[in-house]
Ligand binder design. Structure first.
Ligand SMILES: [Zn+2]
Ligand SMILES: [Zn+2]
Length: 177
């Protein structure tokens, strides 16, 4: 009988690092594996708690390097704590490997301060334009917000980026009420 096992995060981390120009050091693999395996974004302290034998400076550098390499992204929390999650926030304009429009949203729990990435937001919502006119009900979120922007502030305003953050209670916190 086949045994169910959790994904091999260190192996996944190593293969992701090998696809970038940065070296797959032991520390980077461990930190990325911790991010990949976490259901929500982790603060420095959260990662440190998982990797107790790694020194602080090495851990900070590994997080910065992973962020620069586009393997992780940094999210500012309302509690002034930065949290990290695996995957790119959105692709830099210079990155022609993928659609420059890809962005994702975040859910922030106002009780426990956990931050979750919402990766499955319909990319069409953020697309610069689609075939429908901006007045139609299927206009993208970007088109609709562009209309609101110009109606409120004036014709000269252009939106380039939309950040989506949903705030509320996570399932654990909502359960405790
Ligand atoms: Zn919560
Ligand atoms: Zn995210």
């Amino acid at each position: 009988m086949k045994k169910l096992s959790s994904p091999d995060y260190p192996a996944l981390a190593e293969s992701q690092l090998r696809e970038t120009s940065v070296r797959a050091t032991d520390a980077r693999i461990k930190v990325l594996a911790a991010l990949l395996g976490a259901p929500y974004a982790l603060s420095h302290q959260d990662v440190q708690d998982k990797l107790t034998d790694m020194d602080r400076v090495t851990l900070y550098r590994a997080l910065d390097c992973l962020t620069d390499a586009g393997l992780a992204h940094k999210i500012a929390g309302d509690d002034r704590v930065f949290r990290y999650n695996a995957g790119a926030e959105h692709n830099e304009p210079g990155n022609h490997n993928a659609s420059p429009q890809h962005q994702h949203g975040h859910f922030k729990c106002t009780r426990c301060a956990k931050v979750f990435c919402i990766d499955n937001v319909d990319e069409q919502l953020f697309a610069a334009d689609n075939k429908a006119s901006s007045k139609s009900p299927t206009a993208t979120l970007r088109q609709q917000l562009q209309n609101v922007l110009q109606a409120t502030l004036g014709k000269g305003f252009q939106s380039h980026e939309i950040e989506l953050t949903i705030k509320g209670w996570c399932a654990d916190c909502a359960h405790q009420v």
